[in-house]
Write a protein that binds this ligand. Structure first.
Ligand code: AMP
Ligand code: GLY
Length: 420
């Protein structure tokens, strides 16, 4: 039996902890810092690599890293040095997410399909460039900006303003010392996530996120307001194309460049005229995509994560998935992604049935009461025999939960229905 330490505190980390705790090989699952829904919280922040390593050593843990920040900070390198078992890409491999410029140049030199782009650190040159273009652009800060730092522009004026926001006003801090200006691709977005051991990559079930705060994809981008799996937007033929042209090519190209990518590789994809383009890479599971994907796993996640971290995924059979659909509706605090109240008591949490599960994100347990403690608070996730019934089940479960400033989108999964 093995103990697990899941690093992180979001809905994704709750879902990973939940699934790992079902493994017959797993004894105790700890999470640091965890949240109000996770049983064994450990009070260590995700940037305190030394303390995390000490805890993992003392408790003989296999460590699983949820979010990108500790990966970009080199948690895997630190644990490797200390001979501690850990799942996730090392610092060099994590550059796929931690530097958008590194990722764009990597794709360019390896012919991985992505929007054409230029890089700037000078606002005047960047302005002159966008004025010379006859298409719309997206302006991106180079570094990690907590899911922000990307401005999709509808005109040259908006592009100039975006250049100023990132490069001159430094709204995203150091992450905006350099920018990418890339062609805007108008198509359909989907997430494609695979698990790699540095040699091969096996696809996870397909999924689609809902990034905007309001229904019908209106309003500002968020970390994700809900997701469902599988998505009919990625049919078998398209999945094959994405797997070969993007995922396998990425892992092989990394290997050719001397970098072993062991972890979840997430490609944010735009599909235009049947062709997939990479908008961004993430080096971790998506949140909230992880919640419905995990709910459909019909295999022992621990075995797969361990094999991936040891470079021996090819020894395992292909993972199997529940045929049902899963939908995750994120319940957020009104005001998110800007400012929102915290500390409100949540009621109705005990009502989930066997087809649904409430994953916690921004919550804390205070003297037995569950209080809101973040923007995205809960991820109510349900199975159903069809996408339609999974949507109905998720909303039925979500309706039973309340707090004063609860907010959710009402149309999670609807985009998928229109493709059936
Ligand atoms: P990113 O963090 O790079 O995935 O960007 C955040 C969001 O901006 C994406 O989910 C897309 O909705 C949008 N976006 C990014 N790049 C592009 C692009 N080249 N064309 C159109 N939309 C984009
Ligand atoms: N849901 C998008 C992400 O995890 O980046």
């Amino acid at each position: 039996m093995v103990n697990i330490l899941v690093v992180g505190s979001g809905g994704r980390e709750h879902a990973i902890s939940w699934k790992l705790s079902q493994s017959e090989q797993v004894d105790k699952v700890y999470s640091s810092p965890g949240n109000g829904g996770i049983e064994n919280n450990v009070d260590i922040l995700i940037d305190n690599l030394e303390e995390l390593a000490k805890f993992a050593k003392a408790n003989e843990c296999f460590t699983v890293v949820g979010p990108e920040a500790p990966l970009a900070n080199g948690i895997v390198d630190e644990f490797d040095q200390k001979n501690l078992k850990i799942f996730g890409p090392n610092k060099e491999a994590a550059q796929l997410e931690s530097s958008k410029i590194w990722a764009k140049n990597f794709m360019k030199r390896n012919q991985i399909p992505t929007a054409k782009f230029e890089i700037f650190d000078d606002a005047k040159k960047a302005e002159d460039y966008v004025k010379s273009l006859d298409y719309n652009v997206v302006v991106k800060a180079d570094g990690l900006a907590a899911g922000k730092g990307v401005i999709v522009c509808n005109s040259t004026e908006e592009a100039i303003s975006a250049i100023n926001t990132i490069l001159v006003k430094k709204t995203f801090g150091e992450a905006g010392n350099k920018i990418i200006i890339e062609e805007r691709i108008d198509g359909i977005e989907a997430s494609y996530i695979a698990l790699s051991d540095g040699n091969i990559a096996i696809p996870m079930a397909t999924s689609q996120d809902h990034k905007r705060i309001f229904d019908d994809d209106k309003g500002p981008n968020t970390g994700g307001m809900g997701a469902y799996s599988p998505t009919p937007i990625i049919d078998d033929e398209l999945a094959k194309k994405i797997q070969e042209k993007i995922i396998d090519k990425t892992i092989q190209s990394m290997k050719n460049e001397g970098i072993e990518f062991r972890g979840f590789l997430y490609a944010g994809i735009m599909i235009k005229d049947g062709e997939p383009y990479v908008l961004e890479y993430n080096v971790r599971m998506g949140d909230p995509e992880c919640q419905p994907i995990t709910m459909r796993m019909d295999f022992d996640l621990y075995e797969y994560l361990l094999a991936a971290s040891e470079g021996r995924l090819s020894e395992l059979p292909p993972p199997t998935w529940k045929k049902q659909s899963a939908v995750c509706v994120v319940l957020a605090s009104q005001g998110y992604p800007e400012s929102y109240p915290k500390g409100e008591e949540i009621t109705g949490l005990d009502n989930a049935d066997e087809n649904s599960f409430v994953f916690h994100a921004g919550t804390k347990n205070q003297d037995g009461k569950i209080l809101t403690n973040g923007g995205r608070v809960l991820g109510v996730t349900a199975l159903g025999d069809t996408l339609e019934s999974a949507i109905a089940n998720a909303y039925a479960a979500a309706d039973k939960i309340s707090w004063p400033h609860k907010y959710c989108r009402k149309d999670i999964g609807k985009k998928g229905l229109s493709y059936l």
